[in-house]
Ligand binder design. Structure first.
Ligand SMILES: [Zn+2]
Length: 168
């Protein structure tokens, strides 16, 4: 595998990272009826009762609730870039908090179906999908459990670290 020299999205225009370093999906919204679409596109509102032919790009919610999930135990067929040693991974369908849109995506490494439960809070993140022949690491959006943020995080103000400090 070539050495990683830079990072690029695997597909342009599906997600962006905000100022605080938090990634969000980019969707489209119909200015006429408010219908959301993901992946983004410029026209053709999916609402059969709406005849708008223009959709506007919008930043979507960075989290939502787990609507459904599954686990992929076989490498997807080409052109999916399967690694030499395939590791099963989970796929989550997450209902976005504000839009109600359901967005399918890979779940981060280390979280499998047994770790997931319908209705749990999920957050958007990004992960490398593969490294191409030019050393460009291709990034995709992915879902992670919102509770995973707490793991390894420093204790809140006045937490155990103060206690430990005093014992020294
Ligand atoms: Zn519309």
């Amino acid at each position: 595998m070539p050495e990683v020299t830079s990072q690029q999205p695997a597909i342009d225009g599906w997600f962006a990272t905000g100022e605080a370093g938090v990634p969000h999906l980019i969707g489209s919204k119909c200015p006429e009826c408010g219908t959301y679409v993901f992946p983004p596109r410029d026209n053709n509102c999916p609402n059969p009762g709406c005849d708008s032919d223009v959709l506007e790009a919008v930043a979507l919610s960075t989290g939502g609730t787990l609507w459904s999930y599954t686990e992929n135990r076989y490498p997807p067929p080409a052109p999916y870039p399967a690694p030499d040693r395939f590791e099963p991974f989970a796929i989550a369908a997450v209902e976005l908090a504000d839009e109600g849109l359901i967005v399918l995506g890979k779940v981060v490494e280390g979280t499998l179906a047994a770790d997931l439960k319908v209705g749990m809070e999920m957050e958007l993140t990004t992960m490398p999908l593969f490294t191409d022949d030019d050393g460009v690491e291709r990034i995709v959006y992915a879902w992670k459990r919102a509770s995973d943020d707490a793991v390894g995080a420093p204790p809140a103000c006045g937490g155990r670290s103060d206690e430990e400090e005093r014992r020294k």
